[in-house]
Design a protein around this ligand. Structure first.
Ligand SMILES: Nc1nc2c(ncn2[C@@H]2O[C@H](COP(=O)(O)OP(=O)(O)OP(=O)(O)O)[C@@H](O)[C@H]2O)c(=O)[nH]1
Ligand SMILES: [Mg+2]
Length: 403
């Protein structure tokens, strides 16, 4: 059982060796270093998507290898295709359930009686437990009606304001655009549907408990711990961190990797004033108060860069600039409000500034904190980011990139 060591202030005498000896050893054994990330964040921030992306990279890039506990390369532990198929079908039906409910709220009616009956059957199925979709008969008639529903004007009108939909705190999942074509819906509900890696990356399956994944990027060993971010899971964070720290040895480089969903900037908190982004800032503060986390470097991935931009470009979201106003100049706000003009960099920095303010409240914290703007569904981007971070950590040249 090891102990978590301070990655940032580790002294050269820690190992009872002269500084020169130490330097020689560390230089010769860079490849033995283990870089460990404890990944945390609110539910749906994109944590597991990062893991799925790395797993996908292992299948297309020979420099990436997924490993077992002994660091021997292994093939991906495949959750069976039927489980994925069920998850993705459920994702799509949940989406339709939200669209149908929103159409009711907006006073929209579906084109005919048969379609209304079909829509009601979807709502009923989604109200039930996870396995309720197993009882839906998926045949050509079902596929035809689902496509008809997708193309109905009432649903099309709802889709126009998808960036603002929230039914009882339930919002549509951020990977959904990828699935929302007639062709894809037909494929997902076809008898021989085999989910692809891309389908898995875009799907939504909330994490329960703590899961450890190991990858070799070239020769660098990277271990990532993925924990669930939904409220019930966040309550267990202290135990998760404790377990994570027990598994550490003195030579390991330990980081907390906070994944933030930038697209939460305009999602009102279901209970409190403010948004889910504000909730994430509060969560970060709690996390950094933890004694284990205090000994680690902090990475922040400001994720869902694509969705953030999409929302900013959506007229329906124009008024939501109020949530970022404090971190923008008067001119930036006016240009956006009146003409919808903005620079992505300014807006991204506004989000990061919210977190910087909170970090500044915590003594000395900014020093060992590093951030990146990411889009976890973009495999090329994630390949570049992990490649660069790995090199920076190994060469002890981490770039801060904070506003
Ligand atoms: N468009 C877009 N979608 C994303 C991005 N990152 C994640 N998603 C989607 O967001 C949804 C939630 O992602 P997850 O990886 O399951 O979120 P999580 O942080 O693991 O959530 P919990 O397990 O509940 O803590 C999925 O549908 C992903 O495809 C992104 O950068 N852009
Ligand atoms: Mg997850």
């Amino acid at each position: 059982m090891g102990q978590l060591c301070d990655v940032c202030t580790r002294s050269e005498t820690d190992n009872n060796q002269s500084p020169d000896e130490f330097r020689k050893i560390s230089k010769n054994s860079k490849n033995d270093e283990l870089v460990r990330f404890f990944m945390a964040g609110l539910g749906s921030a994109g944590k597991s998507t990062i893991i799925r992306q790395l797993q996908y990279l292992c299948s297309i890039n020979s420099n990436y290898k997924m490993c077992n506990e002994d660091w021997i390369p292994i093939q991906k532990r495949e959750v069976d295709s039927i489980t994925w198929q069920r998850t993705i079908r459920r994702n799509i039906l949940d989406l339709f359930d939200i669209f149908i409910k929103q159409a009711h709220i907006d006073g929209e009616t579906l084109a005919n009686k048969a379609l209304t009956v079909f829509a009601k059957s979807i709502e009923d199925a989604c109200q039930e437990k996870e396995d309720s979709i197993d009882f839906i008969e998926i045949n050509e008639d079902f596929r035809r009606k689902l496509i008809e529903l997708f193309n109905d004007n009432a649903i099309k009108n709802v889709l126009k304001k998808k960036n603002k939909i929230s039914i009882d705190g339930k919002t549509i999942f951020d990977g959904c655009d990828y699935f929302l074509t007639e062709e894809k819906i037909r494929e997902i509900f076809s008898d021989d549907y085999e989910p692809s890696d891309k389908d898995k990356v875009h799907s939504r399956n909330p994490t329960v408990d703590m899961h450890t994944y190991r990858f070799k990027l070239n020769e660098t060993r990277i271990e990532i711990c993925d924990v669930g971010g939904q409220k019930a899971e966040r309550m267990k964070i202290t135990d998760y961190l404790k377990n994570w720290s027990f598994a550490s040895t003195e030579r390991d480089r330990n980081f907390i990797l906070l994944v933030v969903s930038m697209s939460d900037y305009n999602v009102p908190h279901p209970q409190y004033q403010g948004t889910l982004l504000d909730e994430c800032v509060e969560y970060m503060k709690v996390l950094l108060n933890n004694s284990v986390a205090q000994k680690c470097g902090l990475f922040i991935f400001f994720n869902k860069k694509d969705r953030f931009k999409e929302k900013l470009e959506d007229d329906e979201c124009r008024a939501d600039i109020k949530y970022l106003k404090r971190y923008l100049t008067e001119r930036q706000v006016t240009e956006y409000q009146t003409a919808g003009r903005f620079k992505s960099n300014d807006m991204s920095k506004a989000i990061a500034s919210k977190f910087v303010d909170a970090l500044d409240e915590l003594n000395q914290r900014r020093k060992n904190t590093y951030c990146r703007y990411t889009c976890a569904v973009d495999s090329k981007m994630m390949e570049g980011i992990f490649g660069a971070i790995k090199d920076e950590i190994i060469n002890e040249q981490l770039l801060s990139i904070f506003p």
